[in-house]
Design a protein around this ligand. Structure first.
Ligand SMILES: [Fe+2]
Ligand SMILES: [Fe+2]
Length: 328
């Protein structure tokens, strides 16, 4: 049976409001501007498309394949730059729909809502992220389209959900933010010879995403107590499906991207997501989300089966951002 969290007592409410205030104050104290906090014209940040530092790191499931590793270095560099520009483009498209959703969400909030201030800080930060990401894509010189044709055709409908079903919307937010954040953190932790421009962008992004993800977790945990039994049950089945869909949009190259990078069909099948290594990578991406789903009462026998069906089941994190190696 689904466990229903009880978080509606006044003390929980005060603690929740306090956490949102802390997040808001942190946004005032530490925030980044896409054009004053990155020295785009610093010669060290120049994008040279032949720079070997564009090669994909092993943290990228495509980058660790035998196929990729056996390509000539120039080809690894070409694909690496394209791939990183492409993921950046999908990331910014996702952020555009997030900003639109936050506006719909905030539009419906009554006066005095603790969520108003923090969610609009988040939208401000996401605007800077879209500028920063688009500037990187422009400077990369890569003609990337971002998500799949289906995603680009339907993405702007998703923000409409935010006003009537904010709870569902913030699960969708996590579906986009967690995979990108997980990937960027693992690249930064590994300390590879990443191009300094990309490293700077990732550092800024990871710093601000920590707050965004923190807010989504807080909001979902807090508001889950207000869900009706039926709504909770339907949502518990939808969450893993949405997680997997949006994760695929971000990580799996679209048809055009596949063509532009020249990835053979069998490599595509192997990497997304047939090989044991990539399956583990996919499951690890959602360890924090599984932890939240447990505490928000979204895990029941049927929903666990859907998580398994979507291939994103597994052990939950013990705390947020627990590295996969520590969990193992
Ligand atoms: Fe962002
Ligand atoms: Fe974000």
């Amino acid at each position: 049976m689904t466990t229903t969290p009880h978080r509606s007592d006044p003390l929980d409410r005060l603690a929740y409001e306090d956490r949102l205030r802390t997040l808001s104050e942190a946004s005032v104290e530490h925030h980044f501007d896409a054009f004053t906090d990155i020295s785009w014209d610093d010669p060290a940040y120049a994008v040279d498309p032949t720079d070997r530092r564009w090669r994909l790191p092993a943290e990228d499931v495509l980058g660790r394949t035998e196929w990729y590793r056996s390509l000539p270095e120039a080809e690894q560099v070409r694909i690496g730059l394209y791939r990183q520009a492409c993921v950046t483009k999908v990331g910014l498209q996702f952020e555009q729909l997030l900003i639109a959703g936050i506006m719909n969400f905030a539009f419906a909030l009554p006066n005095g809502s603790p969520e108003f201030r923090y969610s609009t800080h988040e939208a401000t930060e996401e605007c800077h992220h879209t500028q920063m990401f688009q500037e990187f894509v422009n400077r990369s010189g890569q003609d990337v389209a971002g998500g799949s044709t289906f995603f680009r055709a339907t993405a702007m409908l998703l923000p409409l959900v935010a006003r009537r079903y904010p709870h569902a919307f913030f699960w969708g937010v996590l579906a986009g933010e967690e995979p990108i954040d997980h990937l960027q953190k693992s690249v930064l932790r590994a300390g590879h010879d990443t191009h300094p421009l990309l490293r700077r962008i990732m550092q800024i992004h990871v710093a601000e995403e920590a707050r965004h993800i923190g807010f989504a977790h807080q909001y979902l945990e807090h508001s889950s107590a207000r869900l009706g039994r039926g709504e909770r049950f339907v949502l518990s089945l939808l969450v893993p499906v949405v997680m997997r869909w949006l994760c695929n949009e971000i990580l799996v190259p679209s048809r055009k991207a596949r063509r532009d990078m020249g990835i053979p069909d069998e490599v595509m099948k192997e990497v997304y997501w047939r090989s044991p290594g990539s399956r583990k990578f996919l499951r690890d991406l959602f360890a924090d989300v599984r932890m939240l789903a447990e505490s928000a009462g979204m895990m029941n026998p049927l929903s666990r089966r859907v998580w398994r069906l979507m291939k994103i089941d597994g052990r939950s994190s013990r705390f947020r951002s627990e590295p996969a190696s520590a969990a193992a």
